[in-house]
Design a protein around this ligand. Structure first.
Ligand code: NI
Length: 135
């Protein structure tokens, strides 16, 4: 089994805010992340697929094709968007990286053929990232 990872990039804004809570509670739990006028992140997305290298190509998956899929399904959809205001998934769900990585998994899964999606790592800052393995 060989693991292949492709990295892509996009920018998006969000805020973490629970409308059922007081301003004080939001500040306490989310800190600056609850800032009313949103804040931005330079997201790095690491998509890892796994499989046996194809005998003809030597590839688990064509890395360029994987890039095209990630750009089309993820970067083009979310780049320069406000996750709270522009993205239907987050009308009822907190736009945390934890929830976001699961949305990304579901969007990519149908397009991964002849190998398996193994992990998506979503880095929201150089010091914070989440990983999802589909379980
Ligand atoms: Ni944030």
């Amino acid at each position: 089994m060989v693991y292949l990872t492709r990295v892509e990039h996009f920018n998006a804004a969000h805020k973490l805010y629970n409308t059922n809570w007081s301003e004080e509670q939001n500040k306490k739990v989310f800190g600056k992340c609850s800032n009313a006028n949103f804040h931005g992140h330079n997201f790095e997305i690491f998509v890892t697929v796994k499989g046996a290298p194809n005998p003809d190509t030597g590839f688990v998956m064509n890395a360029h094709e994987l890039s095209v899929i990630i750009k089309r399904e993820i970067s083009d959809r979310f780049d320069h968007k406000n996750l709270n205001l522009d993205v239907a998934y987050f009308k009822e769900m907190q736009p945390s990286s934890e929830n976001f990585v699961k949305v990304i998994w579901d969007l990519l899964t149908p397009f991964i053929k002849d190998c398996e999606l193994h992990c998506i790592k979503l880095m929201e800052t150089p010091r914070i990232y989440v990983e999802y393995y589909g379980e």
